[in-house]
Structures are given as structure tokens and as C-alpha cells.
Design a protein around this ligand. Sequence first.
Ligand SMILES: [Zn+2]
Length: 329
Amino acid sequence: MLTLSRRAFTFGLPVTSAAVAYGPSSRAASAQGQTSSTPQQGAHAKPLPPAAQFKVGRFTITALADGYADMPFGYFPGRSAQQVEEMANAMAATKPGGIRFVFNQYLVDDGERLILIDTGPAGTLGKTGHLPSAMEAIGVRPDSIDAVIVTHMHQDHMGGLVAGGRQNFPKAEVYVDRRDVAYWTDPAKRASAPDYLKASFDISAEMMRLYPKLQQTDGERQITRGVSIVDLTGHTPGHIGVRIEDGGQSLIMVSDMLFPVVHPAATDINFVFEQDREAAKAMRAKFFPRAAEEKVLIAATHMPFPGLGRIMSDGGKMRWMTAEWAYQD
Ligand SMILES: [Zn+2]
């Protein structure tokens, strides 16, 4: 059997002197306290916050990440933990903690206004809290954000609005669906919710307190020319997406319509945060085939950074195809 391990590559490919000098063996030597001529490399290098910039018509969109969290295989109702682990293994996507969820945010610039879609968990989950430094790295200050669209009121999408008990986007108009506001501010719903959802109720209360002018939206609606809310109810009652359209190009940010590994291959696999599993399943069953038919460009919060791709039908089986974001011309 052909094995493409690193060892096989080492034996199979010509090795240049540069590769020997800067390869793994020289790093191992420096880790042992021996001399190294490349102090900026490897473990010594400061990681760059990921940022991916792409165009949709006149819009410049920048994907930024707040970080990531690994979700245990048992968090996906509809399949057993073992079945989900097998799916992850088949895709070489198994992480020590399960399936890795990235928290992608999208900054939309139309030349006049800056609109941020979602704000990440901001340290309330996994290894997160990096959105402020990612924004700083591209020279965008929180007070230059004109609007924040919150796709739904789960902690991993709105934590950044209120982290530290502050109004972190002081000049932003905040948009959130009315059905989610009703649900996540209802004391009776909080009382009957499982513990792992309590943080979302608490952060929702904080958001309502810190952003009293928050605008509650009802279904489809234009936020600014070419930027519209799309109703994707299911994951939560007021789960929305954002369509960005200009000059014959379009993108739809679908938030939690898709989770890595399990979607879009199946529509009958949920995530544990979904209270109405039938509603979430129904929306996926409707959306996946339509997105495949239209080959629409999708941005999804938890897919591998920058979360850009398309749903493709491969003989009726739905697959995720990552889309290019650089060198688009
Ligand atoms: Zn989410």
C-alpha cells in the first residue's frame, strides 16, 4: 500500500540543502538548546491573526476569526458519538476534543459603511476572544463599526458585543430578529433550558441592557443597498442569514445552517444547542438542495476558516466545496 507519511516523503523526494537547514531536524536541535540561525521561525514566531479579504461586487468583505472550540462527538443528536467520530475520521477532521468549530465573523465594507456580521463568543467558549486583535491587525477600530447584524442569540455569535460588561461597538446600530429577542429574553424559557444554554440567555439580557436602541427585525429586510436579511429560522426561532449582492455577484452568510463534518451530507443531524430539532432539520432539508442547484457562494460561521464554500450535489449526495477567496479575477 502506498503510504504518504512524512517519512515516505523524506525518502521519496529530493532533499535540498535548504530543506535540511530549515527542516524539522534543525528545529529539534534548537529545542534542545543547540545553536539555530533562524530564531524567528517555528515556535518563536508570533502567530498572525487570520484574515481573508474578498470582493462581492462593490463590497469588500473580510473574514476574521474570534478563535475556535472543539465540540465533543456526542453533541450531534441524530447520530451516536461513535458514528460522528467515524465521519470525522473519514475526513481526517478529528481533533483532540471532537469536531473543531471555528468562529468566523464577516466585516462588510461598501465604501461608506462598515457592517460586522456576528461578534464571536469572546472567551466564553474554547480558545476565543481574538476578534479585537484581528480587527486591530487590519486597522479597524470598534467605534468605526456602523452596524452589527446578530444572526441569532447564541453566545458564540453575540458575546463580543458585551464582553467585559461594556458596549464594545458604541456607534453601531445592532440588528437582531424579533423572534430571537422574544425567545432569549423570556424568563420561563431560561428556567426550563438546559444549563449549557443559560449563558446565551444571560448574554442576551446583557445585550438588551447595553444596546437599548437595538433594532428588532421581522423576516426579510434590507439593511443597506445590497445587504439584506434572509429568514433561515430553524437553528433558533429567529435565526437569520445575510445576503450580499452587487453587480451580478452574491454571497449568502448562513451562520449556523452548516456544521463541519456532519453537513451538508446529512440534514437529520442536529447540534445540541438546537432546541427545535425538527425546525432545524426542515430548514436544512429545504436549503441544501436549493443552494446546490444555484451553486450560491456561502459563508458559514463554523466551517474551516474563512468559512467560504458551496454546496455541491454529487450524484444526489451533498458535499461542501471550499471556494477560492484570493486571486478571484
Ligand atoms: Zn454558532
